[in-house]
Design a protein around this ligand. Structure first.
Ligand code: SF4
Length: 372
């Protein structure tokens, strides 16, 4: 296909057209009917930030039958938690919250951090510890999750080796493009992570859901393919996945990059620098106050509205809608709107950071002790 989309889970994918993405890769839209089958809809589902899925029906069925299922996620420990990592963590916590029968599996992708960012394993341990403090402060119940480091999880490494017999170089190149072999290897390890919940010592095959950003779909496709190939010998059920949109950074750039520090809001960030970033965020405001009063703003284009309030900091749908129309009709100007947004964001950051500061011991236990 001449204008086919290429997704790079390690790099610079930016997606303009989600309909095209779904058509090209066979991702299903998250329909109203399916959402109604869930016990409740998370903010990210209600606002269509989670837009698609593969096979989510197997999780809905497990929920209806009251049977066990697994929720799988991981982090590449390469830096502090920011709004992007918050998104995936909230989805993980949400799927765990839907049933007492749900079990969480959380991989610290230290091998990937080494392969992709050359971060030594000892350093990634410290980063992961910090990240887990954030996860716990976001509401992760430590009793519901098994946390492990890829480099120490022998069953995952064994699976990666077994999978290496079932894929060719050409397949990996077709899925990921031309990459260093270490990244292909870490993709096989990730497939091992995703199917780890279904191994005999984790009570065998079970429906598994993996919430991801849309750019991570190559890993899901590879894993589902490997699961199908090993259905007979290992009994794997191809994992389900949900997909969220890739949100812009605070300056309105399509992809967050550490090269643009004004674009990233960290969860442990000091309030002074956080305020500076929020106040300088890209908006959908008009050139002058007069124009904005006359024509209204463009909330659909605005980072304050879309990325900050809708995706993260304004839970109340009614208030969000009110703000939308206040902006659209020019009843509110960007200065006042940003000040109101900052009140919400600073309150959230303060609470989160206070909770987070008490989580070091629990995070350490999660990283060092085997649960379940
Ligand atoms: S008024 Fe608020 S929502 Fe509207 S463009 Fe300005 S900052 Fe964005």
């Amino acid at each position: 296909m001449a204008d086919a989309l290429v997704l790079d889970p390690w790099g610079t994918s930016s997606i303009k057209d989600y309909t095209k993405l779904m058509q090209q890769f066979g991702i299903e839209p998250l329909s109203e009917e399916l959402v109604k089958e869930l016990p409740y809809a998370h903010r990210l589902i209600r606002r269509k930030i989670i837009f698609g899925h593969r096979d989510l029906g197997i999780i809905v069925k497990a929920l209806q039958e009251g049977s066990e299922y697994a929720v799988m996620t991981g982090i590449k420990p390469s830096g502090d938690f920011h709004l992007g990592t918050k998104l995936t963590s909230e989805e993980f916590i949400y799927f765990l919250s839907l049933s007492p029968k749900a079990r969480g599996f959380f991989a610290v992708a230290d091998l990937e951090a080494y392969a992709d960012n050359r971060i030594p394993l000892e350093e990634s341990y410290q980063i992961a510890l910090n990240n887990l403090m954030d996860m716990l402060a976001l509401g992760l119940d430590p009793k519901r999750v098994y946390v492990y480091r890829q480099s120490e999880e022998m069953s995952v490494l064994r699976l990666a080796f077994i999978f290496s017999r079932s894929v060719t170089y050409n397949t990996l190149e077709a899925i990921y493009g031309q990459k260093p072999f270490s990244l292909y290897f870490s993709a096989l390890v990730q497939a091992g992570d995703i199917l780890n919940p279904q191994l005999p010592h984790n009570d065998g095959p079970k429906p598994t859901v993996v919430p991801v950003g849309a750019d991570q779909d190559p890993h899901i496709r590879l894993t589902r393919d490997l699961a199908s190939k090993h259905r007979d010998d290992l009994g794997f059920i191809p994992p389900a996945a949900t997909y969220h949109k890739l949100l812009r950074d605070l300056t309105g750039q399509e992809k967050m990059s550490k090269r643009n520090p004004m674009g990233i809001l960290y969860l442990n960030e000091g309030l002074k620098s956080a305020k500076l970033k929020v106040m300088n965020a890209y908006t959908g405001g008009r050139a002058t106050a007069e124009e904005q009063r006359k024509m209204g703003g463009e909330p659909e284009k605005c980072v304050i509205f879309v990325e900050l309030l809708s995706a993260h900091f304004l839970e109340d749908d009614k208030k969000l809608e009110e703000l939308y129309w206040d902006c659209k009709t020019g009843r509110i100007l960007c200065g006042e709107c940003k000040a109101r947004a900052w009140e919400l964001i600073s309150g959230w950051l303060r609470d989160h950071q206070a909770r987070r500061s008490k989580m070091r011991d629990a995070a350490e236990r999660l990283l060092t002790e085997k649960t379940f």
